[in-house]
Ligand binder design. Sequence first.
Ligand code: HEC
Length: 423
Amino acid sequence: MKIKKRTQLGYGLISLPVTLLAMMFSVTATAGDIAAGKAKSATCVGCHGSNGIGNSPEFPNLAGQKQAYLAKQLKAFRSGKRSDPSMNAMVKALSDADIDNLAAYYASLSMGGASESGQKSASVTSKASKTEFPETVFITMKKSGSVESFPTEKVWPGGPNMLYNAITPDGKLLLATSPSTGSVYAFNATTGKQRAVIGVGKAPKGVKITPNGQFAYVSNEGSGDISVIDLKSLKVIDTIKVEKGPHNVRFTRNGKIAYVTLQGGAGIGVIDTKQRKQIRVIPVPGITGPHNIDLSADEKTAYVRDFVHHVAVLDLKSGKVKKVIKVGNGHGGIDVAPNGQYAVTAAIGDNIISLIDTKDLSVKNIEVGNGPHGIRASKDSRWIYVTLTKDNIVAVVNAKTLSVEKKIAVEKFPFWVAVQGNP
Ligand code: HEC
């Protein structure tokens, strides 16, 4: 049995031993993967609603219904024993596993939007709320090619391979890269409506938006350059040649400089954004393939995450590596919290995130789940959002207690996190 959603700390269940919890839930949930069920439910939401509450009177509520009953009804629709033209068509192609997953997912949702407290189903349901998502947060899902917005949990269709994303400072435009098609998708960040698909270079990875909100820089790993998109016209207006394998950039707050990770191995490229030219390359010895980057609050130090399991702490003025820190295995994102107190990095080949104290560079590892890659703190630095690519979960870590406060099921292969107010 897999329990993909976890209790909020407030329910007090978290302190029970895991085995006891497993026994409790096994009564109601025998089989079925909630996250897989949620992913499968994309075709159901048109009638049964995104929260399992029917969109209109003829569509029954499914949220909080007993799992065994739901599975039985779905099988009855599939065999034709229970007859309803739309439902018979909807379930025709579902496997037994799909049915179990869907039943587990709908059973896990809370009924009728009623208060969650005191309801047993609420303990495995972690609905996103304004508390942990004070600003809007967007997650790109690589395998399902979609984007999910939080705290609303609305899912929008995107394009193949949605990878990195970025939100404009005014919160109106969302961009997401699609490396397999060599393009960037632009969405209205409120409605999810696609505004444009913009052709860029080969294998675009990271996308970042200038602090003034006028341009986006897209790192084309395959063509060794950066496409500059004008966000008014949504057109590429320039291309900046850099060293091999650019992966992602970080702008200084004044927007004058963009630092680009050169995963091919050269180090960190320094781009003058006025000339739109790479003016310098800072080598970063001691790490393999600079992957993602963020800056300290005073912007004098760069935290460079490599492709393997290191973070280099780089003094940008002298070009000296102050320290190489060992973190979890595999590549991942890195974020210096807006309050400057910690840097946090994920590790896709592992089950931990590493939190680096920016004062003394000490490290704490926090177990979060499988395949963490995208990572970003909330604007107030209070919460850390982590995408678990293998569990199809977004974990919300409390930066004060360093514990996982919520796990929220999402679609397949959640890859990157964009947080309004923490570029
Ligand atoms: C086009 C609209 C539509 C879509 C899409 C749809 N359903 Fe339904 N569903 C209905 C209607 C209408 C009923 C009520 C049928 C009846 O009156 O017997 C129903 C009934 C059900 C029931 C029985 C509820 C009960 O209380 O007995 C289940 C379970 C269910 N749907 C699950 C799903 C799942 C899972 C999907 C997605 C794979 C889905 N439905 C997609 C319209 C839809």
